[in-house]
Design a protein around this ligand. Structure first.
Ligand code: NAG
Ligand code: NAG
Length: 169
C-alpha cells in the first residue's frame, strides 16, 4: 500500500513538472522565440562586455569556428543586437586581429557606420549592422581571434565580441 502511495506521488510530481515546463515554453513571446532561434543559428562568440545584447553573429562563408579567413580577401560580418529602443544610428568600429605574439588593427568598411551606407538596419524590435573586414595579406597564417568593438559618438563601447579565426593563404 505504502509502495503504491509513493508511486502515486512520483506520477503526480512528474505530471506537475511536465505541466510547469509546458507553461514556461508557452509563456515565451514570439519575439523571444525568434531570438532563441537566432541565437541557435548564430556563430558561437565570446562577449567581452557588450552594453547591448548581441543576439546573432554571421561571418560570410563561415559555418563553424574557428572561421577560416583567406589572406587578401574581404569578408562580410553581420551582427544583430538589441539597442533597447535607443535608436542607435552610429557605430565606430575598432577591430583587431589577435594572435599569440601580435595584435593588429583590422581595416573595416564602412567605418564609421553612420547611416549613409544602410549599414544599420531595423530588424523587428532589434538592430543589425554589417561591415566588411579586409584580411590583410601580411597577417600570419595561424590561429588567432578577431576582436570586434563597436562604439558610439562618445567612444562608449556598445558591442564587444571575440571569435576564433584561422588565417589561410
Ligand atoms: C521578425 O520576427 C518574426 C517572428 O516574430 C520572424 O518570423 C521574422 O522572420 C522576423 N523578421 C526578420 C526580418 O528577421
Ligand atoms: C590581392 O588581390 C588582388 C586581386 O583581388 C590582387 O590584384 C593583389 O595583387 C593581391 N595582393 C596581394 C598582396 O596578394
Amino acid at each position: 500500500m505504502r509502495g503504491f502511495f509513493v508511486y502515486y506521488l512520483k506520477i503526480l510530481w512528474a505530471f506537475l513538472v511536465i505541466n510547469e515546463s509546458i507553461a514556461s515554453v508557452t509563456k515565451l513571446s514570439p519575439e523571444n522565440v525568434y531570438k532563441k532561434i537566432l541565437s541557435l543559428r548564430s556563430l558561437p562568440f565570446e562577449d567581452c562586455g557588450s552594453l547591448y545584447n548581441v543576439n546573432y553573429l554571421n561571418i560570410e562563408s563561415c559555418s563553424k569556428v574557428p572561421c577560416s579567413m583567406t589572406r587578401n580577401s574581404t569578408v562580410k560580418v553581420t551582427v544583430l543586437f538589441d539597442d533597447n529602443g535607443n535608436g542607435v544610428s552610429f557605430l565606430k568600429h575598432e577591430v583587431r586581429w589577435v594572435f599569440t605574439y601580435l595584435k593588429t588593427k583590422a581595416a573595416i568598411s564602412p567605418d564609421p557606420c553612420d547611416g549613409d551606407h544602410n549599414c544599420i538596419l531595423n530588424v523587428n524590435e532589434s538592430k543589425s549592422y554589417w561591415a566588411n573586414i579586409y584580411v590583410n595579406p601580411t597577417l600570419p597564417v595561424m590561429r588567432g581571434s578577431m576582436l570586434w568593438e563597436a562604439k558610439d559618438e562618445n567612444n562608449k563601447n556598445l558591442i564587444c565580441f571575440e571569435v576564433p579565426v584561422v588565417i589561410t593563404e
